[in-house]
Write a protein that binds this ligand. Sequence first.
Ligand code: B4P
Length: 211
Amino acid sequence: MNIVLLGAPGSGKGFISNYIIDNYGFEHISTGNLLRESIKNKTKLGEKVQSYMTAGELVPDELVLSVLKDALNNKKNYKGLIFDGYPRKIAQAEELEKLVNIDLVICVDVPQAVILDRLSSRRVCSSCSEVYSLKLNKDTKCLKCGGEVIQRSDDVPSVIQHRLDKYEEQTKPLIDFYRNQNKLIMLDNSGSSEQTFSALKGILDKELEKK
Ligand code: B4P
């Protein structure tokens, strides 16, 4: 089963992916994580994408598509695959359709005020990309790998607002695009993680029963 996770920056796509990976054994492709890795490893791609990401802009389609294709080529015999952060534009959705069949699109729904609050307290491990919230954990070392826990350069308030504006303009039209294909389910992630996971389990179990 192939799932697309749609949602504004900071809506919790990574957070929800982790639940699906841990509880359903699905594999994960996060274009955001892959792009950040290319910057960390100082690759040619990393040099090209760094300025876009720091400014909160979407990376050009052809660059993200090459990252996606490489990641897909490395996935074999998977039970399910989560596309986290791809597509972010109709043109990207059309490219994705040429590569795989998408069974389900979960749109993670959270009000902007909650997103602003969560993103300004988000911290990530600079080594393994594990996500933390300052509200829950103030450690400066990652609990998983011991790497340094830092604030992402695009998680400062002015850049967060810019990313949210880009989402409204460029990514939100995907909601109708997938709704028209009868693949869209909205998931409220404004409450507790327990509430979100319970609703998510209901959605996934029902979808898996159909298979
Ligand atoms: P991404 O890496 O995809 O990141 P994101 O949208 O910022 O966050 P996400 O929704 O995954 O939030 P998280 O789970 O961490 O994108 C980064 C950049 O990469 C883009 O801006 C762009 O430049 C580039 N890019 C990526 N894909 C691209 C594409 N296809 N095309 C072009 N450019 C692309 O959750 C946020 C916080 O909330 C966390 O701290 C989490 O712990 C917390 N949280 C979530 N749910 C919670 C809950 N229920 N309760 C309490 N806390 C919660």
